[in-house]
Design a binder for this molecule. Structure first.
Ligand SMILES: [Zn+2]
Ligand SMILES: [Zn+2]
Ligand SMILES: [Zn+2]
Length: 328
């Protein structure tokens, strides 16, 4: 595997011919019960309500990125390439095989969020890594890999393209207005109250004004903070409301569709000694962490699989009605 940079869009892709045949899913779960493989456990959080553990991170069994080695960025004519150095982990959200975020207790979801914060913090100590992503693909249409309730983590030596767009836009907005664009969006959404799904303590779930897919929903803290892991480790209880809101929002989305992508967007690694990227100076002021949930509506997906321009046949104002009224 290696990383190659698209010279036009400046986004990195991971590619290689050394991808093995997809292995059939084992009958017994590799993450729980007597068949659990404990050799590649990275971190475990203590159990709640009498269980042995609550959330756990393990090395991905077919990791795309590997912790050893050097990035060795090199040119290839006008192109750029580098080794696929990084980390690729599976985050077990719950010790129970059917313990999904939407049917777990708030304290269990909170433990999972705490594990995510701890893993990001830990990996950001490695100054080779520019970014740590956490994402979840649920349902066949989303490319779900394991039956056990899991999310995944990647630590990469580049910032993913979508985050880079957000960072650049956040910095430009801040340069002209000296305000955070995400704070301004949330303030206007709360003022208009047209696209708010639900709020809980400091956290708000809302459908964005220009959605990429029907029922796209974001969860964002009202208090300005660029880094999720700082929120997560600041004081006990800050993640309780987020856990409840995340659980309830996924319950709502599941009344519309089974499959979704979820991604956490947090600040890049400020320990990385990058001189070429200019966004570090105001990063804490102009970026604002959030969670994006992109539901997959299969029937509707057919007409807009060609993603040059996003087309969502349901406006956010209509989507929010359905999500607010969902029986959960
Ligand atoms: Zn399992
Ligand atoms: Zn903000
Ligand atoms: Zn985002």
């Amino acid at each position: 595997m290696e990383l190659r940079k698209d010279p036009i869009t400046r986004s990195w892709v991971i590619t290689g011919d050394d991808v093995g045949e997809p292995t059939p899913r084992p009958q017994a779960c590799r993450f729980c019960g007597p068949s659990a493989d404990l050799t590649n456990v990275i971190a475990t959080l203590p159990g709640v309500d009498g269980s042995a553990w609550s959330a756990r991170s393990v090395v991905h069994p077919q990791a795309l990125y590997h912790i050893e080695g050097e990035a060795a960025r090199r040119g290839d004519g006008l192109y750029d390439r580098m080794g696929s150095v990084g980390a690729h982990e599976v985050l077990l959200e719950n010790p129970r095989h059917d313990g999904h975020i939407w049917n777990a207790s708030d304290i269990e979801v909170e433990q999972f969020l705490r594990l995510a914060a701890q893993r990001i913090q830990d990996l950001k100590r490695d100054s080779r890594f520019k970014y740590v992503s956490i994402f979840k693909n649920h349902g066949e249409a989303a490319g779900q890999e394991f039956d056990h309730p899991t999310s995944q983590l990647t630590a990469t030596i580049f910032v993913p393209r979508r985050v880079l767009y957000e960072l650049r836009a956040g910095r430009e907005y801040f340069e002209s207005k000296e305000r955070c664009v995400f704070c301004d969006i949330l303030a206007q959404e709360e003022r208009q109250n047209l696209r708010i799904v639900e709020s809980r303590g400091d956290y708000v779930a809302f459908c964005p004004y220009a959605p990429r897919v029907p029922y796209e929903t974001w969860i964002m803290p009202r208090s300005h903070e660029s880094s999720f892991e700082r929120t997560g480790s600041s004081r006990v209880g800050t993640l309780t409301d987020l856990a409840a809101l995340l659980r309830r929002t996924l319950q709502r989305i599941r009344t519309v569709t089974e499959a979704f992508h979820l991604v956490l967007h947090t600040s890049p690694n400020s320990q990385h000694p990058s001189a070429t990227l200019g966004y570090w100076k105001t990063l804490d002021d102009d970026y604002h962490w959030h969670i994006e949930i992109l539901p997959i509506l299969e029937a509707k997906a057919r007409s807009y699989t060609f993603k040059e321009i996003y087309y969502s046949p349901v406006t956010s104002e209509t989507a929010v009605q359905r999500l607010r009224e969902a029986k959960i």
